[in-house]
Design a protein around this ligand. Structure first.
Ligand SMILES: Nc1ncnc2c1ncn2[C@@H]1O[C@H](COP(=O)(O)OP(=O)(O)OP(=O)(O)O)[C@@H](O)[C@H]1O
Ligand SMILES: [Mg+2]
Length: 423
């Protein structure tokens, strides 16, 4: 794979004239695989459109074959644009090979040279998001992307994943932050961590950040909060990781209404591919409402009896609150603490009736060092096996198959929407 442009935004040019009210495309990652250099230039020129100002776009050589080779060993972005010079009869077959290496949530736009209505219908029917006939304008490409990701009826781009401890101090926050780090590193997609533990949260400490504003300002601004304000309140903690920190002040109490976090979460979801919620160990209306409405719930527990009882209560309640949504999952943390009698992970998961996504060993020195330095485990100990556990949890909660990244096998379960519909 050769990069024509590592990041075309580097040569920033004035944005094209777009109506001021035009909707911005969320912070998605787009990778384009072109056959001709003119097409690559065309795609690159799209980034200068104001609607694309948050998008990360790279262009590569090689068309469909190049994309297939790349994604055999790399995660797929939010959107793949592929140029093809194949004849209409050959295109669907070639795209099937691409489907086999794509993650389910990835969208595909095809740039083709054949103006063929039958082909267009077949591709759309099979789940390709758009087929654009070349020569096309950059405007046409941006409009197609806007339709997909920023139109009124487009599904929100962000996946909301909440971590909650079964018992105070079990490690929900530590798992949330490290899993977010793993997702950002592996998928290279933008994420935001909402530290919902407003009086005591540790996201700022753990990422060595001390921003003056964050989540509380967004919540208290209530109706007035918009995308621009939210961008201002977020602080960048690392590559692809943004924070909405907790104020960590006891000057006031934080007694929110049931749905007070809703609009901020929705706004995050409209712009960030990954939204991680660090939920405090508490039980009030807004915690329950949050657990009922997000995409994935992860319960973090230590392998003792009180954690088991609480995890079971939490899991049962969350399942009852959202019977048609995904069931909560379980992570066991601080496993193998010296001299502590523990419940075995298998037995624990069986009693709680949750899928066990991973177990993280107790390691006082490692976690103590990371916490004191304001660093993630991957920064303190890059080769530690714990990072693989965080990665596996991250891939699961973002709907990826862990085996899929770096050694994909193709089973129908993993096919993206554009082939599943046919299967
Ligand atoms: N696997 C581990 N081994 C050793 N120490 C750990 C481990 N995981 C977390 N810790 C430490 O345990 C403490 C509590 O972790 P954390 O703040 O993530 O828990 P929490 O459940 O979010 O707490 P709270 O209930 O306050 O929200 C921290 O000091 C953290 O560094
Ligand atoms: Mg916490």
């Amino acid at each position: 794979m050769s990069f024509l442009t590592p990041d075309v935004r580097a040569k920033e040019e004035p944005a094209a004239d777009i109506a001021p009210g035009a909707r911005l495309i969320p912070r998605i990652t787009i990778q384009a695989f072109c056959e001709n250099s003119q097409t690559a230039q065309l795609v690159e020129s799209a980034i200068h459109d104001r609607r694309m100002s948050k998008v990360a776009l790279t262009t590569h050589n090689g068309g469909i074959d190049g994309a297939v080779e790349t994604y055999k060993s790399n995660p797929t972005p939010n959107l793949i644009i592929v140029e093809t010079v194949l004849s209409p009869g050959e295109i669907p077959k070639a795209l099937e090979r691409l489907a086999e290496v794509c993650d389910a949530s990835t969208r595909v736009v095809v740039l083709g040279h054949a103006n063929d209505v039958v082909l267009y219908r077949e591709l759309i029917r099979s789940g390709i998001s758009e087929y654009i006939v070349l020569p096309a304008t950059a405007q046409q490409i941006v409009t197609a992307i806007t339709e997909l990701f920023a139109s009124e009826n487009a599904a929100p781009i962000g996946r909301t994943v909440g971590f909650v401890s079964a018992k105070g101090g079990a490690g929900g926050s530590t798992v949330a932050h490290n899993v977010c780090w793993a997702i950002a590193t592996v998928l290279r997609q933008d994420s935001v961590i909402l530290d919902m533990d407003l009086p005591f949260g540790t996201a700022g400490l753990n990422f060595n950040q001390d921003p003056p504003h964050g989540l509380a300002d967004a919540i208290t601004a209530n109706q007035k909060v918009d995308q621009t304000m939210l961008d201002r309140l977020m602080s960048k903690a690392a590559s692809h990781i943004n924070l909405l920190t907790a104020p960590v002040t006891l000057d006031r109490t934080f007694d929110f209404e049931e749905r007070e976090f809703e609009s901020v979460i929705e706004m995050c979801q409209n712009t960030m591919p990954v939204v991680v919620l660090d939920i405090p160990h508490a039980w009030n209306a807004w915690v329950r409402q949050t657990l009922a409405t997000i995409d994935e719930v992860v319960i973090v527990a230590e392998p003792d009896l009180a954690n088991l009882r609480n995890a079971k209560n939490l899991a049962d309640t969350v399942k009852a609150l959202r019977p048609t949504e995904s069931a909560p999952c379980l992570v066991l943390n601080q496993v193998g603490m010296p001299r502590r009698p523990e419940i075995s992970p298998g037995e624990f998961a069986q009693s709680v009736e949750c899928q066990l996504l991973g177990q993280i060993p107790f390691d006082a020195a490692l976690f103590g060092t990371a916490a004191n330095n304001g660093q993630m485990i991957a920064e303190v100990a890059a080769n530690n096996k714990i990072n693989e556990v965080y990665r596996a949890i991250g891939m699961h909660v973002t709907g990826r198959n862990a085996a899929h990244i770096g050694g994909k096998s193709s089973s129908l379960m993993k096919l993206p929407s554009f082939l599943k519909k046919r299967a």
